[in-house]
Design a protein around this ligand. Structure first.
Ligand code: FAD
Length: 343
């Protein structure tokens, strides 16, 4: 691992200032890498630093923020506020989240391992980086996400786990997280602290599609710190779930997943929210599938039409074409399960 400066921030303001200062230090590595990173649970950052994929000069430890509003879970008439320093396990096991927003609890419960969930934070979770082998292994020279302009070895390499939705000619890496799909399905917002202002960002605007710049993954400005996620009050989110399909039933990333929430009037869909994971380059809201179900009874015809709409723009490569069929089946199964949930 390369040497780096370690600092510990005791407040949100101090953390942001530390990262702004990090950006102003002369760069000791000629690279596109962000000069500073926040250290939350460290379960992704430290791995990537050891692999020499991420090379921050300054690492700002924000674990002290667990004792600030960034470390709390709150319910109010405005909905659910999840502090970014809340550990995954704390949110996954929270009885009110399990009851009122099961899709959130399940997306966290089905992620990683118990040890990782105890350590990892919600903020770090949504900013985790892809598990694409060509990104994580620096012995591959071609990775536009790691070294812009170097090409994408996954295009014609082994691409079984790669994305089919939201991909570009420069990158087909899949977004690996689970929780983000629950947040995007529920129209969550992200509370961000910056140098001169705090702001609220729709979660759907946090991540960027790979396009021509796959190395720029979010719309966060340098130094900006996520402090919380705000989930609006959606009483019918009690009928929601996260279905994750993977190569083994635990401690594995999704091959395909669906985060769904349903508001039913009799058997008819009054409101539907759908996000798809494992198959997409970024957290993915399936608006076309939602529209296909709006006002319809949830029968085989409408469910299949929704699945077709969800994957109409899919672009598969040699080894990941199965994800189109798997993704459709995952979505249909998730919707059927949600429709029959006992509330
Ligand atoms: C073996 C293994 C299996 C896993 N399986 C899954 C899985 O199935 N599903 C899943 O979703 N995840 C999985 N993960 C990923 C895991 O959930 C993430 O590593 C974890 O959530 C990251 O959180 P952290 O607090 O440790 O982040 P860190 O490693 O501390 O930080 C990650 C990144 O986020 C940035 N960051 C952290 N907090 C903030 C903040 N508040 N504001 C701005 N930037 C911030 C850091 O600068 C860094 O770039 C797995 C990880 C491992 C190692």
């Amino acid at each position: 691992m390369r040497p780096f400066i370690y600092e510990r921030a005791e407040s949100i303001e101090a953390a942001v200032q530390a990262q702004i200062a990090a950006g102003q230090r002369p760069k000791n590595i000629a690279s596109v890498h962000a000069p500073g990173q926040y250290l939350a649970g460290g379960t992704t950052l430290i791995d990537l630093m050891k692999l020499d994929v991420m090379r921050p000069q300054t690492v700002t430890d924000i674990n002290a923020l667990e004792r600030s509003p960034a470390g709390t879970i709150e319910f109010s008439p405005k909905g659910l506020r999840l502090g970014a320093m809340v550990r995954m396990a704390a949110a996954a096991d929270h009885p009110d989240i399990r009851e009122n927003y099961p899709v959130i609890a399940q997306s966290l419960q089905l992620a990683a391992s118990a040890q990782l969930r105890n350590m990892a934070s919600l903020g770090g979770n949504v900013l985790q980086r892809t598990r694409c082998t060509y990104f994580r292994d620096t012995s591959y020279a071609s990775c536009n996400k790691r070294e812009p302009g170097s090409g994408c070895a996954a295009m014609d390499g082994y691409n079984r786990t790669h994305a089919v939705l939201g991909v570009s000619d420069n990158c087909i890496a899949a977004y690996a997280g689970d929780f983000a799909h629950a947040l995007i399905a529920l129209d969550a917002q992200v509370e961000v602290a910056g140098e001169n202002r705090d702001r609220l960002v729709p979660f759907a605007m946090l991540h960027r599609p790979p396009g021509d710049t796959p190395h720029i993954e979010t719309n966060l400005a340098p130094g900006e710190l996520i402090t919380a996620f705000l989930v609006p009050p959606i009483p019918w989110a009690r009928r929601s779930l996260y279905l994750k399909v993977r190569d083994r039933e635990s401690y594995e990333f999704a091959l395909a997943s669906a985060a769904v929430a349903l508001d039913l009037d009799g058997g008819v869909a009054r409101n539907v929210r759908i996000a798809l994971g494992g198959v997409s380059a970024l957290p993915w809201r399936a608006h076309a599938a939602e529209e296909a179900l709006q006002g319809k009874p949830l029968d085989d015809d409408s469910l299949n039409a929704a699945a077709e709409a969800a994957f109409a723009d899919a672009r598969a490569r040699e080894h990941n074409a199965f994800k189109v069929a798997l993704g459709k089946r995952t979505l249909v199964r998730a919707l059927r399960q949600a429709a029959t949930m006992e509330l």
